[in-house]
Design a protein around this ligand. Structure first.
Ligand SMILES: Nc1nc2c(c(=O)[nH]1)N[C@H]1C(S)=C(S)[C@@H](COP(=O)(O)OP(=O)(O)OC[C@H]3O[C@@H](n4cnc5c(=O)[nH]c(N)nc54)[C@H](O)[C@@H]3O)O[C@H]1N2
Ligand SMILES: Nc1nc2c(c(=O)[nH]1)N[C@H]1C(S)=C(S)[C@@H](COP(=O)(O)OP(=O)(O)OC[C@H]3O[C@@H](n4cnc5c(=O)[nH]c(N)nc54)[C@H](O)[C@@H]3O)O[C@H]1N2
Ligand code: SF4
Ligand SMILES: [Mo]
Length: 740
């Protein structure tokens, strides 16, 4: 006997539908694309096809692991594990206060219903200001700009790719990444369809990426200069009378003044793109019937991340493409979105810098501090030092700046707890590791990613029955138990009672809104409607009922291939949550940062800078233990342009030494004219050959940790985001070993 279930792939942001056939004991017999999925129509990438291999990986942690006196990890019971947490965190909290416990949340928490809904319960119970996440090595600049312009951090317009006729894409490579802050299964197919319709794709990237190869036009910009380029486009729109200001836009005149110094001629030398090409790009963008500008990781993880992120949407607005079908539009998610709740059209906006990091005074954004500050907060003595750390689904030693410093700081903690499914480069330092159940054994709904979907879609996946008996508690139960422990309830937390409180609080919030489907309903009635559900399903059911389509979880259960809620629709002004009820085109904090950008116009460029890249068969740091994904030629190589290789004496296939002011690595050279001269590239998430890591396949394909080269001292000031691209480095051949 075997059972088929339809699931949403939780690995990247594309939310593809999978058809998974499970044997009686829960093993994956077959996994393929779900041809009937309303969004992905059968599309699948090699990672989704490897879900079964991930499930079956013998290295995956399946029981709590506790560090022994001799340094080894030993399996312990869950009760013993929570007793340990209580015994070790208790004194840290008692002596050091709430901030003495730091938390790092990794990327998979955004793909995980349990973490999305119960992570915040744990954080609230903990009450620490020292909260960090992968967001500050990723999209924080975009959240900051969206919040200041439109009122919430997730009010990020996405290219309406299926109706678009001109797409200007900067610092993104969806043919490898499958899209980010832009949820669209099979972006390659959608981009090809756009071009078949006569649409144009223009890619701005220091590398001729796979996406750039398929584009009509590619501009190999110098890393870190996107904000200059985008400002020049804005400059031309105003200069040539092409700028339009929609009904809801405030501050266009301020933007015009700010753009004044950034003429195409002024920015061309810094960007490495000719002024004439910039002029033409601005004119093409303005002339296109429906166009969108889109920027992603390359525009965020750099020196001017917030300015670049802001300018992307300034251009969308000034070309009349914001909220236009085929332009850049706001999805209307079915559940849990801050820009669908309440009366709409106006809101409280956001406040940043409500507190600052202790050592360097970096401001908070959305309740978190820049992860580039994490090591110094653990190392620097004094009141408020982080003495214990909880990591949830993260690998900051490989994914955040100056990984070597972080790895040195972790053993100095009084206690480190990791919720993770592997003993990796970070969790190998933990005193206790608590695993999560297999992705098949848990319910799934993309609460976060539907904020960025190119169609309005709702697709719920129940836990697969055959897989549910792996014996591991659901991660939401673990998070609630941890919340109880840090709230001082001791290790024997009544999870059911705590969960009732969580559900009641959510019901109170949703029924207490000034408008919306549940507004004014009695809390008991709202809870009765979702009984006897528990855990994330109950909360999701409440959020769906409170959402704009008034769906219920039962509706979604009846639609295993998802519910298509239609193409994106115009949402102005109801989408706005700014205090003014307008689109703030020139938010004062952003305007104040423009002067810093002006300094970059005159600055001499470094001779050689480092950038990253992604590969389709990889996923940050944690899919390298799947043989089918890592086999073949080594992926963690140094891309070097032939001119640089010649100048530096580097040979294809031979190792090179790469160093910066913070560290050095040795990595094989791959000479390719796909990269701009003066730029080299190493992908992140590698460097698995370290003692204590329990990932046998990954160790065979270890690669190096590029974040050993990247310092954490400077960050994008408005967002606290790390600067991972455009880092000055030097490269030389590794001298051949002297024969003995
Ligand atoms: N296969 C795969 N898919 C993934 C992931 C993965 O690791 N592997 N990770 C997932 C995650 S967490 C994310 S956030 C997304 C990211 O998704 P994307 O943003 O599409 O990320 P990348 O594929 O790294 O593409 C970024 C591009 O930016 C370019 N770049 C670097 N510096 C600059 C610069 O200064 N300016 C410009 N214009 N370009 C620059 C790089 O050359 C690269 O081609 O991908 C997700 N999907
Ligand atoms: N130089 C450079 N650095 C980068 C980037 C770059 O482009 N260049 N990209 C950055 C980006 S965009 C991101 S998002 C970060 C990612 O940074 P992180 O989030 O720190 O790292 P990941 O590699 O995603 O690690 C995810 C961890 O979660 C675990 N895990 C997977 N599923 C689950 C689960 O369901 N529950 C639990 N508890 N654990 C789980 C995995 O085993 C793995 O250890 O890296 C960033 N770092
Ligand atoms: S594109 Fe992303 S969501 Fe789709 S199968 Fe691949 S990893 Fe899964
Ligand atoms: Mo990311």
């Amino acid at each position: 006997m075997s059972a088929t279930s339809f699931r949403t792939c939780p690995l990247c942001e594309a939310t593809c539908g999978l058809e998974v056939t499970l044997t009686d004991d829960g093993a994956v017999e077959r996994g393929r694309g779900d041809a009937h999925d309303v969004f992905s129509h059968g599309f699948l990438c090699p990672k989704g096809a490897s879900l079964g291999a991930l499930e079956a990986d013998p290295d995956r942690v399946r029981t709590p692991l506790r560090r022994q006196a001799d340094g080894s990890l030993k399996a312990v019971s869950w009760d013993d594990a929570f007793a340990e947490v209580d015994a070790r965190l208790g004194p840290v909290l008692a002596e050091g206060g709430r901030d003495a416990v730091g938390v790092y949340l990794g990327n998979p928490t955004a793909h995980n219903l349990a973490n999305l809904l119960y992570g915040r319960v744990f954080l609230r119970a903990l009450g620490s200001k020292n909260v960090f996440s992968a967001s500050t090595v990723d999209q924080m600049p975009k959240q900051v700009s969206a919040a200041l312009m439109f009122g919430t951090g997730f009010s990020i317009p996405v290219p309406d790719v299926d109706r678009c006729s001109f797409l200007l894409m900067l610092g993104a490579n969806p043919l490898a990444s499958n899209g980010s802050l832009w949820t669209a299964p099979d972006l390659r197919g959608r981009l090809r369809a756009m071009r078949r319709r006569g649409g144009r794709l223009v890619v701005v990237d220091p590398r001729r990426s796979r996406t750039a190869q398929e584009a009509d036009e590619h501009h190999a910009v110098r890393p870190g200069t996107d904000a200059l380029l985008l400002f020049a486009l804005v400059h031309v729109l105003f200069r040539d009378g092409l700028a339009v200001t929609g009904e809801w836009v405030e501050g266009a005149d301020d933007v015009r003044a700010l753009a004044e110094p950034f003429s195409p001629a002024a920015v061309a030398p810094a960007c490495g793109i000719e002024a004439a090409a910039i002029e033409r790009l601005a004119q093409d963008l303005a002339a296109a019937p429906a166009a969108a500008v889109y920027g992603r990781i390359g525009t965020c993880t750099q020196e001017f991340g917030t300015l670049a992120s802001w300018l992307v949407d300034v251009l969308n607005a000034l070309t009349g493409n914001l909220d236009r079908p085929g332009g850049a539009m706001w999805p209307r998610p079915a559940a849990g979105s801050a820009n669908t709740s309440g009366a709409g059209g106006r809101g409280r906006g956001v406040a940043f810098g409500r507190w600052s990091s202790r050592v360097r005074g970096a401001p908070e954004t959305f309740g978190e501090l820049p992860v580039a500050c994490l090591a110094e907060e653990m190392e620097t003595p004094g009141a408020g030092r982080i003495r214990a750390l909880v990591t949830v689904a993260g690998n900051p030693v490989l994914s955040t700046p100056d990984g070597a410093r972080l790895a040195r700081a972790l053993p100095g903690l009084d206690f480190m707890l990791s919720l993770d499914i592997y003993v990796n480069e970070t969790t190998r330092h933990a005193d206790l590791i608590l695993p999560a159940p297999s992705t098949l054994a848990r319910p799934h709904y993309d609460l976060a990613l539907y904020n960025f979907a190119v169609r309005n879609v709702a697709n719920y996946t129940p836990a697969a029955p055959a897989a549910a008996d792996e014996g591991l508690p659901q991660e939401w139960e673990t998070l609630l138990r941890l919340a109880g422990v840090v709230a001082g309830q001791g290790p024997a937390v009544d999870v059911e009672a705590f969960d009732d409180l969580v559900a009641a609080e959510l019901a109170r919030r949703e029924t207490g809104r000034e408008a919306g489907p549940l507004a004014g309903m009695a809390v008991e009635d709202a809870l009765a409607a979702v009984a006897p559900r528990r855990g994330p399903e109950r909360l999701l059911d409440l959020l769906l009922r409170a959402g704009p389509y008034e769906l219920t979880l039962a509706d979604l259960e009846a639609a295993p291939h998802g519910i298509d809620l239609g193409p994106l629709e115009q949402r102005l002004p109801e989408v706005l949550r700014t205090p003014s009820g307008r689109i703030e085109l020139a938010p004062p904090p952003i305007a104040a940062d423009v002067e810093r950008l002006q300094g970059a116009l005159e600055r001499p460029a470094a001779e050689l800078v480092l950038i990253g890249r992604r590969h389709l068969r990889s996923n940050n740091s944690w899919m390298h233990n799947v043989h089918g994904l890592v086999r073949g030629p080594a992926r963690c190589t140094l891309h070097v342009h032939p001119d640089d290789a010649g100048r530096l004496g580097l040979t294809d296939g031979e190792p090179a030494r790469v160093w910066s002011d913070v560290g050095a690595v040795e990595v094989p050279v791959e000479v390719t004219d796909a990269i701009r001269p003066g730029v080299v590239s190493i992908p992140h998430g590698w460097g698995h050959d370290v003692a204590g890591v329990q990932m046998d396949v990954a160790r065979e394909h270890a690669g190096v940790n590029c974040n050993l080269l990247i310092g954490g001292h400077a960050v994008d000031p408005l967002s606290g985001n790390a600067i991972l691209n455009g880092v000055p480095v030097q490269v030389a051949p590794v001298a051949a070993p002297v024969p003995a």
